[in-house]
Write a protein that binds this ligand. Structure first.
Ligand code: SF4
Length: 336
């Protein structure tokens, strides 16, 4: 039976297994966690989260994020995985997901992950342009991402790809190409986090010396909307848009500059709806009522009502109403 709600319990392992310090990354600040939890602590993190999640009709995954999981010594990986798997055996969780680097995937690591009920492997692709990867200090090329993705899929895992538009040297067309490649590879999930400058990172130094200029919030919204459009059309499930909001980011202590906004996802969905609604021919003598799937109404009206305002300039009145028969961004309109 398909479960209606999905939860991922995040277990952050900041920088664990990372041999490179990518120029944009300070996992301690991004996750607001200072060091990888000892294996024993994972147990209490899981218990704490599970006590707050209703089990009925809910699918629960344990997610190891924030480091290079598959570069950890095998015995540590096994200990983390065994702990999480214990909850799957007890029926309290359904699967494990983890994030890692594309150049740390090989057959023996995949065999280990399969043994412990890992369902989804997310690769920090960040970009699929080699110059952007080089300037970002990633230490691998896009060919690694393609090869690792194919291996992951061949071995029966779900594949997630994480992208970071706006890294050094990035361009809108590179992001569009990356989204198209992700679709052709057959990725199941994607996350898109536009690059922001976090204090204490090499990127912050590059920004301060004028070597790096982050993209504007407007560009980040447009580039991300381009990617989301392609990914959605290609059947890729977008599980996250915009950075994880931890306390550091909320307080603004860690972000030096860049296209960070707490409502970034809403802004991207607003842009996608704006593109759809922009084609409606206006008539100031008439009112328009637009019918939309319930969960899309706020996005269609737009962040701060932007799309509503756009239409109000063209019509005497503008209304939005639900039509439960519609899917995705389908809509139809009535005029009076
Ligand atoms: S981006 Fe990923 S691989 Fe790079 S330093 Fe951060 S956690 Fe490690």
């Amino acid at each position: 039976m398909k479960k209606n709600k999905h939860y991922t319990i995040p277990v952050f392992i900041p920088f664990a297994g990372c041999e490179f310090r990518c120029v944009f990354c300070d996992q301690n600040k991004i996750t607001a966690i200072r060091k990888p939890p000892p294996v024993e602590e994972v147990e209490s993190i899981l218990r704490m989260h599970l006590s707050t999640i209703p089990r009925e009709n809910t699918s629960i995954e344990v997610g190891f994020f924030g480091g290079t999981f598959t570069a950890l010594p095998y015995d540590i990986q096994e200990k983390y995985l065994k702990t999480a798997e214990g909850y799957i055996v007890k029926g309290q969780a359904d699967g494990i997901r983890l994030s890692t680097r594309p150049d740390r995937i090989n057959q023996s690591v995949l065999d280990l992950l399969r043994k412990y009920s890992v369902k989804t492997i997310e690769l920090g692709a960040q970009s699929l342009n080699d110059e952007v990867l080089r300037l970002s200090g990633r230490g691998h090329t896009s060919a690694y991402t393609v090869k690792a993705s194919e291996m992951i899929l061949r071995n029966g895992f779900r594949l997630g790809l994480q992208f970071m538009p706006g890294l050094p040297g990035d361009k809108r067309e590179y992001c569009i190409d990356a989204a198209r490649l992700a679709v052709s590879i057959g990725a199941h999930d994607a996350r898109i986090y536009p690059a922001v400058v976090i204090d204490g990172t090499p990127l912050a130094d590059e920004y301060r010396t004028g070597k790096y200029h982050p993209i504007s919030l407007e560009d980040a919204v447009e580039w991300t909307a381009d990617m989301a459009d392609i990914l959605e059309a290609g059947g890729v499930n977008i599980i996250k848009i915009g950075l994880h909001v931890s306390e550091d980011l909320v307080e603004g202590a860690a972000v030096v500059t860049g296209p960070f906004h707490p409502q970034f996802r809403e802004m991207v969905y607003t842009e996608l709806w704006r593109r759809k609604l922009a084609g409606i021919k206006g008539d100031k003598t008439r009112g328009i009522k637009i019918y939309i799937k319930t969960s899309e109404i706020n996005y269609a009206a737009g962040f701060k009502g932007m799309n509503r305002k756009m239409l109000e300039e063209r019509f005497r009145s503008v209304g939005f109403a639900e039509d439960t028969n519609l899917n995705g961004r389908e809509f139809h309109a009535d005029y009076d």
